[in-house]
Ligand binder design. Structure first.
Ligand code: DMJ
Length: 535
């Protein structure tokens, strides 16, 4: 029985429990969390709610919504298979094959686990035949982005192995990771941003410098920890943890330097010295998944990697104080800041954080963080909910409560009044982060309101982004399809956006948060692979 069939059976036979719907807002959420703890005595192994509404009507609704998402995924996969099978991406408007991730078939490998979870057996077998033949010793001749190679290829292969048990995926993950370890061969052990698999040479994306950024040096720990467990070879885990050694040593708060708050890391650093160079701390592009992996590696290690938890706690305290700020609409936003001040600019990347913080608060039984996560969710979802398309922008600004708006132009002032934020980059590239966070809230609280939010976004996506070649980007979320489409469909649309939408409507015990930790690219890794400190 595959996971899709299991989801249908569970839907038919699971218990009938009628859960009370909670009201919007904090009082409702707190009441809900308290009731939940009455039912389950606290255990950090138990993340998901146990009181999902199980009426037959609701089961039928969920099943039909899940089927709708699965059908659209299938349609998108068929267009890719017909016109661009084996390419990294398809341009959904021209249906041309695109080489964007070194020609190893990024879409196929990133999509493997979603295909498996949806029970698309033939598609999975076709993809597997392709994966078997990929040669990770050679590529299209261009340097590879080390971070993207890890999260899309290595993460996708590990997850496909864990779900299917087929060793070909582990063999290929190991072959690629062994090559990629060359990128960590630097004076500090901090990886190059780019590396050339043919010449083994490292580089930076923009020229000959030795720049890298926080997210691109600090997002290996989850994949490499699991790879060390699966192969009994500690070298992957050691390479990833070594990065933390250097970052911690560089994070010595000193007055007059860019470090002023312990646990808050600037964005840009030099890989040769390990010293930070510039960039105020934030939770968005350039930083996001560094913070995400601190808590997730602790959870995946069966709660043994204590240093990672300590770093998370320290960072969270700084983030709450200096990066989060209330806007004039009274919602809590994530900006860019330290004790030198806050820049009230944000992006859709930050919107993964409410979900990760909600997960952390369940793992740590921390109601205060759950409250904050919920407030952040309201501003994150607000960037979608308040648009006529029900889809949010790439980048936006807010006005801190109490500030006057004289530094903003007249358009921005008008948008702050109308939406509570202004749109800086108004396009949408099918990114998953807002949906991902809502998915966590649904699974953690069991409140059907969140599933309905995802459904509204899904309707907006179908109406505005669906094209013959799959799902295109939108030029302006204020206008919708008539404002123009963008011919781009990144592999994360298959790996993350569709997975989180589908899992919101699948029965809650399909890829339960009690059993899996999702990587930053949405690849589920199994928990409770108990760890005693050695590999
Ligand atoms: C994904 O590739 C990953 O989630 C990454 O960490 C940053 N965001 C993109 C999708 O927007």
């Amino acid at each position: 029985m595959n996971l899709y069939q299991a989801f249908l059976c569970i839907g038919l036979f699971s218990q009938l429990i009628v859960a009370k719907h909670v009201h919007d807002g904090m009082m409702g959420l707190n009441g809900h969390m308290a009731r939940q703890r009455d039912i389950n005595s606290f255990s950090k192994n138990r993340v998901q709610a146990t009181n999902f509404t199980q009426s037959n009507d609701l089961k039928r609704l969920r099943a039909s919504r899940a089927a709708d998402v699965r059908n659209e995924f299938k349609r998108m996969w068929e267009a890719y298979s017909k016109h661009a099978f084996g390419a990294d991406e398809i341009n959904p408007l021209t249906m041309e094959a695109v080489t964007s991730r070194n020609g190893w078939g990024a879409t196929i490998i990133d999509a493997l686990d979603t295909i498996y979870i949806m029970g698309l057996d033939k598609e999975f077998q076709d993809a597997k035949q392709f994966v078997k033949k990929v040669d990770f010793d050679h590529n299209d001749g261009e340097p590879s982005k080390v971070f993207e190679t890890n999260i899309r290829y290595i993460g996708g292969l590990i997850s496909a192995y864990e779900l299917s048990g087929d060793r070909v995926f582990l063999k290929q993950a190991t072959a690629l990771a062994d090559n990629m370890l060359e990128a960590f061969d630097t004076p500090t052990g901090i990886p190059w941003q780019m590396w050339d698999v043919q010449t083994s040479k490292g580089s930076s994306e923009n020229g000959p410098s030795t720049y890298n950024n926080l997210a691109e040096v600090g997002t290996y720990q989850l994949e490499f920890f699991r790879l060390s467990q699966l192969t009994h070879d500690p070298s992957y885990h050691k390479a990833a943890q070594r990065v933390y050694d250097v970052l911690l040593a560089s994070n010595e708060p000193q007055k007059g330097t860019i470090f002023s708050v312990p646990g808050l890391y600037p964005i840009f650093l030099d890989i040769n010295t390990g010293k930070f160079l510039s960039g105020k701390p934030n939770l968005g592009g350039g930083s996001d998944s560094f913070y995400e992996y601190l808590i997730k590696t602790w959870a995946l290690s069966d709660f043994k990697l204590q240093r990672n938890l300590d770093m998370w706690r320290q960072s969270l305290a700084g983030l709450k104080k200096y990066v989060m700020s209330r806007g004039t609409d009274k919602l809590l936003y994530m900006g860019v800041g330290d004790d030198d001040g806050l820049d009230s600019i944000s992006d859709t990347f930050t919107c993964f954080f409410p979900g990760t913080l909600a997960l952390a608060s369940r793992l740590l039984d921390d109601d205060d963080s759950m409250n904050i996560a919920h407030q952040l969710l309201m501003s994150s979802y607000g960037t979608f909910e308040r648009m006529p398309t029900h889809i949010g922008p790439e980048n936006f600004g807010f006005l801190p409560d109490g500030d006057d708006d004289s530094d903003l132009n007249s358009n921005q002032q008008a948008e702050i009044k109308r939406y509570g934020f202004y749109l800086d980059r108004p396009y949408y590239l099918m990114r998953p982060e807002v949906i991902e966070s809502i998915f966590y809230f649904y699974r953690i609280t069991g409140d059907e309101k969140y599933a309905n939010w995802v459904w509204k976004i899904w309707e907006g996506i179908k109406e505005n982004c669906a094209v013959e070649g799959g799902f295109a980007g939108l030029r302006d979320v204020r206008i919708g399809r008539e404002g123009g489409l963008i011919g781009k469909q990144e592999s994360f649309v298959f790996a993350e956006t569709f997975k989180y939408i589908y899992l919101t409507f699948a029965e809650p015990n399909v890829i339960s948060l009690d059993e899996y930790i999702f990587s930053t690219e949405g690849h589920p890794f199994k928990r409770f692979n108990s760890f005693n400190g050695t590999f």
